[in-house]
Write a protein that binds this ligand. Sequence first.
Ligand SMILES: [Zn+2]
Length: 254
Amino acid sequence: MSLNDDDFMRYSRHLLMDDIGEAGQEKLTQAKVLIVGLGGLGCPVALYLAAAGVGQIDLCDPDRVDKTNLQRQILYRTEDCGELKVGCARDRLHALNSGITINVLAREVDVDILNGPTLTEAYTAVVDCTDNLAARQLINKTCYEHGIPLISAAAVGWEGQLVAFDFRRYRQSCFSCIIDYKSTEPMMNCSNFGVVGPVLGVMGSLQSITVMRMLLGFFEQHGELQRYDGKRGQWLTMQCAIDASCPICGPTDS
Ligand SMILES: [Zn+2]
């Protein structure tokens, strides 16, 4: 699929760049990205990927907009309270860019969703913007098994963390290497501990950039781990450790 006249105008700032250009824009246009969770992280991720022209964006979230969301979830308006997040998000994203396909999945993420639009048409990347550990582990396991790039982030208080895996090319190191697979500890999350809105904006923007790096072929750091401390204005970038006994990516007995 080649770019039309409207695309040349809309994406002109990408087309001006030597390392994106028409070929890079077509890679974005052909991509199918699943965003799981449309809260404080999912909102900026969806906005930036839609604006960038990612050709298909699937939105997965069972929740409805609540007044307590509006402090940080930048896709929603006061009058959206009580409406499904995925429906409001689809309308806003289509108003931003009607040239892309947006599918909505108003339910909890499950294996059927992660398997992709059809069994032969897997997602190009999955963006984990959830706030629950069971969903994160399921997303990690399925992306690992299907060789789908995974970009996962979390934020609480003033701090955010992002970890990204290119399972297309690498098989060692995964989300379960850093968070015990069987852990039943409730994760610290925004609803229990509070969060500063723009920290989610920073981390969601970082997730969008990481998706673009994956889609354009610039991502080399499998297991890249980034921490942001908004209160002190500090960044830390490191490499996710490999757990040799990881139940997902560790060696099998057979
Ligand atoms: Zn692992």
